[in-house]
Design a protein. Sequence first.
Lengths: 308, 248
Amino acid sequence: MIKVSGLTKDYGARRAVHNLNFNANKGEIVGFLGPNGAGKTTTMRILTGYMPPSDGEAIVAGYDVVEESLEVRKRVGYLPETVPLYTDMVVFDYLKYMGDLRRLPDVEDRVDEVLDMVGLLDRAQGYIGNLSKGMRQRVGLAQALLHSPEVLILDEPTIGLDPNQVVEVRELIREIGKEKTVLLSTHLLNEAQNLCDRVLIINKGKIVAEDTTENLQARLLGAERVVVKVRGDGDQLADTIKEVKGVRKVETLDDGAVEFEFASGKDLRPEVAKQVIKTGYDLLELRPLGMSLEEIFIELTSNDGKKK
Amino acid sequence: MNNIWTIAKREYDNYFNSPLAYVVMLAILLPLGIYFTLILLFSSQNALMGGGTAPDTLQINWLFIFLMVFLAPAITMRLISDEARMGTLELMLTAPVKDFEFVAGKWLGAMMFVLTAALVTLIFPIVLNNFVSPGLDWKTVISSYIGLILVASAMLALGVGISAIFSNQFAAFFVTLGLFFFLWFFVNMPAGLIPESSDLLNYLSMSYHFSQNINRGSMTLAGITYYLSLTALGLFIGTTAIEIRRWR
């Protein structure tokens, strides 16, 4: 459904996207993971026909994004990162307008339908300008879904939503992803884990890793880090933890807490807890550290370095 | 064509959401109304004293167009620049709408707004027709209105074109205003000094064809071609500006 080969985009002298290659198939949710400025938005803008690439080719829903841009645009639903909306329009009128531009039959019924899908039916007659960030996000999503597109491209679809809405929107995307092709960008690792069948990690305009979510996790989480906190002075805490077999890289932090690592798959937390309590400390906290995106990047880039 | 109409209709409705549109409407209709009243007063006084000429409404249409030199930039300034600023341009440029359709739709929306004002002014010739005998020369009135539509079309197209270049509506306003000043007041100024080129300079003037010919009942081909060419040029500038935005 999406086929990208050798895609490159230059902004003047700056190369925003560099020789990108990837595919996304029908019924697949593909996550685009990367820090700000990695080239996610630029790639999406090329795929939606907003801007042409400097080099390379992209086929979306069977059409070339440059040669047959209008055909592509008919078949793609797009939620831009900034969620641009006409703030001086009423929600219903706005969606009807977008539907009219897409020549949808029975556009008013369809607008009601998508408003129901995103849970905004009760705000249909309100001005967009009066809606909260989360509601606007959902109006944007409704706009992207309006014409039941074959391909859905969502740039940071859950940003700015409250936790309940995040769950709802993810549920919605998962539902849509069963039949359509969804490409979404995010900088939240857990979102990618939880939503996507496959993840592309992009940095400085290049894909640095591409794999299924499970594989990626296993590959990256070679080790797990844990923080231990005890009541009072933890001077000897590090030594105590070091006594447990299998513990590595023990470090004392500024606030007296201690961080350590163990090979993943072999949880040493119970042993550490027993050891700490046996030594007479009051255990306050034993917390695994999730791997942040930055750490994954550091991991990926340093791995790259070693290979070379 | 369908898309042009959809965009124009939204733009037209949208005008009436903004206070600026009412200010512009008032700034057109109020001076015209006052002027019309004055025409009635003077000509009736002249008639009482047994002199003067029969009044007509051509001067009112001329004033309409003259006001448009200042107001058309305000009507068109935000049409595309504001979409660029708000980011909604991204929405339009990823919808299945051709760049030209988008620009033409904006222009048509502005045209419909100005035509609404022009429609209101029809009241002047209709009223005046009852006061003068043997009635107005309707052929001239119609020619005058066609001229008004042609000039408005050229102005609004140029305004939309310039609005597509900028992301700041005030920049669009001042550049458009500057262009209209040049085309209205200055371009044929040297015509008196250089008689050899006066034909050409007059041809380039936005006021000349309307004031000298069309508003006097003579629909010259040169005039019609001039305003239609400017309209096409404006829409072309707009479409090109959008294409350039895509490539940037």
